[in-house]
Design a protein around this ligand. Sequence first.
Ligand code: SF4
Length: 343
Amino acid sequence: MYLIELFRPYGAVCDLPEYRLLVRVLDEHFTVTGTGPDTQVTVKPPKDVPSDSLQNPSDTTAGYDAHKGSGYQAQIMETYQTEQRDKKKPDLITYAEVEPANKHDAYGLLPAINATSERTCCPDDVVCDTLYGSDDNVLKAADKGVEIIAPAQGNAPVGMTSLSDFVFDPSTNAVIRCPEGHTPEWAGHTIKHRQKATFAKTTCSACHRLNRCPVYYGKKASYLYYDEAQLRIAHRRVSEQSIAFKDKYRWRAGIEGTHSHLKSDVGAGRLRVRGLAAVRFTIILKALGLNILRCARALNARLLLPFTAICSLRYPLSNLVRSLYDKIYSLLVNNNRFLCFHR
Ligand code: SF4
C-alpha cells in the first residue's frame, strides 16, 4: 500500500508491469478502508478472493481452483475402442488445450468439438463428466451432430414426483396427463414463455401424491410451471438409469488412464515452464509425444504378429519334423541299413 501510494504520481512507474502487479495484488487480496492516516488494509477472507486472482507474480496467467490448487488445467479428448481392444489400432489424443485452473470445465467442451471439426476428426459422440454435460452444451453439440453422453447436473429430489412422470405432447411439450392420469384444465405457454398446466383444485386435493408433486397448490387451482430445459433434464435423468446409458458411460473412466500416462510417461504433471503460452505449448507437445508412443506400440504389435505366428507354429513344426525323422530312422533300421547320424 505504501509503495503504491508513493509511486502513484509517477506515470512512468505506474506503467511498469511490476507496479500494475502490485496494484492487482492489493485489489484482489486486500480490503482498503478509510483515507489518509486512517487508512486500514486488511487481508480478504479466502471466499472473497476471486479464483482468477494473481497466484504468483512470475506467472500472472495462472488461476486457482479449490479442488486442483493454483496453476493450469488441460482439457484432453481422445478416441477409444468399445469392442475387443485391438492393440494394432492406437487410441489417440485428438485435442489438448490448456487454460487457467479457475476456468469451468463446462466451457471446455464446445471449443474441443469445434477444433476437431476443423481438423475433420470430430467425434460422433463424446463421453464426459457431469460438468461438461450442461443442457446448453448438449444442445449446441447436437447442432454440430455430436451426442454428449454425460449425466445431467444436480440431483433429482429424492422421493418426489418428477416432471418425467407426466405425459407431454411431443410437438408442443404441453402436459397431456399427470402421473395419476388426470388431464389438465388448461395447458400452454405463459407470457414469459414458460410452460404452464392448470389442474382442478378438487382433483389435486384428493390426490395422495400432492405433497410430492411439483404442482403449486394455489387458491383457485394447482399449477405446474416448467421450461423446456427442465423437461429435457428430467428425461435425461430417466435415461441415465437405463442399461444402455450405463453401458455407454462406463468408457469415460478410461480417460483417467490417459491422464496418468501423460503424467508418468511424458512428465506432464509438473512442468518447468511458466505462463499460459509456454504451458500450452509444452502440454500439446507432451500429448503429441504420448500419441507417438501409442503409435509406436501399435506398430510394434503389427510387426510382431508374423513373428508371433512363427513362434506359435514352432512346436507343431518341430514335432512334425521329429516324427518324420523317427519314421525314416525306424524304416532304415528295420531294413538293416547302416545309418549313422546325430540327433
Ligand atoms: S397432485 Fe394433482 S397433478 Fe399431481 S399427480 Fe396428483 S392429481 Fe396429478
